[in-house]
Design a protein. Structure first.
Length: 347
């Protein structure tokens, strides 16, 4: 692993999470959480998978330089976006649901609710609306001023990852083996592409064969779904009940019916197996551990300047804000959006 990555992980500070708190918007935007939940409710009706797709954003945002909505920034001529990073391109979807939530929030309380917080609320809502636990989220994040595609490439794990690699990766974010297994239970909802399992079906570990961990009937089903010449964007369900957030995912792993290698490896590898077994038998334990994991993951933050974006896809126009203001003032409150002092306009 390269040293910039290690350095980056060191910089991620859980301490900063002290500023996050439940009901952060109770004074400034009392309807914030209700508004996001309603947008998610509509998204679920319109396209059931979309809420799973939105829930995934929390993982892909928070692991890359903290939960700062850097994931949502569109590419610009001077910045490669994280949307095109290896794990995200042709895979992350339903960004429009976040846009909808942001638009709704800008109408009721303009410039107040960060996109980073919208991701956290929406992920919680996805789980609650599909039958999983509901919990109080800590809020008060700022949105980043940039995105780093190369960091996403370096950090986000491949579907080929084995449990030992995933344990090490999660440990760098202060997430335990239990957190890893519980958070992987997010694959209780949603789908994945054939692209993500072709190696597992046809050439696991360079053997030219399928992963022996597959239960044979399930393997045959996947061969039909993903024949070797398939359009690899065809999708399959991540567990047997992909619209319900429950512990079926873990029951499937015990039965050798995990979709991704990174899923099934949690059962084949001893240190993670005990948690898979526990969660497969006790849904309440899974829900409890999942909520703890989501809260811990949601606390990941990098000390960096931030703002409340008006549009989750682009940073605010600081030059215009600067021109509207007078030189030499403390700009920490210009439009309520710039949170550091500048000598001159950036960019
Ligand atoms: C433990 C390491 C993880 C790996 C290696 C992993 C990998 C993947 C892959 C490869 C896909 C399918 C992508 C595709 O084929 O297009 C996927 C889907 C998904 N992941 Fe993960 N994931 C991990 C952990 C997580 C976590 C922690 C969460 C959220 C808390 C999460 C939420 C989801 C969801 C909800 C989907 C389905 C999305 C949809 O239907 O659009 N994953 N993941």
């Amino acid at each position: 692993m390269s040293s910039p990555f290690l350095l980056l992980l060191l910089l991620i500070s859980m301490a900063a999470a002290g500023q996050l708190r439940p009901r952060f918007y109770s004074e400034t935007c009392p309807d914030a959480e209700f508004t996001v939940r309603e947008v998610m409710r509509k998204a679920l009706i319109r396209e059931p998978r979309s809420v799973a797709s939105v829930m995934r954003f929390q993982f892909h945002d928070c692991f890359v330089n903290g939960c700062d909505a850097s994931l949502l920034l569109d590419e610009t001529p001077t910045m490669l976006g994280e949307k095109e990073a290896l794990s995200n391109i042709n895979s992350l979807r339903s960004f429009e649901v976040i846009d909808e939530a942001k638009d709704a929030l800008e109408k009721v309380c303009p410039g107040v609710v960060s996109c980073a917080d919208i991701i956290i609320m929406a992920a919680r809502d996805a789980v609650a609306l599909t039958g999983g636990p509901d919990w109080e989220v800590r809020l008060g994040r700022l949105d980043s001023l940039t995105a780093k595609q190369e960091d996403s490439n370096e950090i986000m794990p491949s579907p080929r990852s084995n449990a030992s690699y995933l344990i090490d990766l999660f440990a760098k974010f202060n997430l335990s083996v239990k957190d890893l297994v519980a958070l992987s239970g997010s694959h209780s909802i949603g789908q994945a592409r054939c692209f993500s399992i072709m190696f597992r079906l046809y050439n696991q570990s360079g053997t030219g064969k399928a992963d022996p961990a597959f239960e044979p009937e399930y393997r045959e089903k996947l061969y039909k779904l993903c024949p070797s010449e398939v359009d690899q964007n065809v999708t399959g369900d991540l567990d047997a009940t992909p619209r319900v957030f429950d512990n079926q995912y873990f029951k499937d792993l015990v039965a050798g019916r995990g979709f991704l290698n990174s899923d099934q490896t949690l059962f084949t590898f001893t240190p993670t197996r005990m948690f898979v077994k526990l969660f497969s038998k006790d849904q309440a334990e899974f829900f409890k551990a999942f909520v703890e994991g989501m809260l811990k993951m949601g606390d990941l933050q990098l000390e960096q300047p931030g703002e409340i974006r008006r549009n989750c896809r682009v940073v605010n126009d600081h030059r215009r804000q600067w021109e509207r203001s007078s030189w030499g003032k403390d700009h920490s409150l210009i439009n309520g959006n710039i949170f550091w002092k500048m000598e001159r306009p950036p960019g």
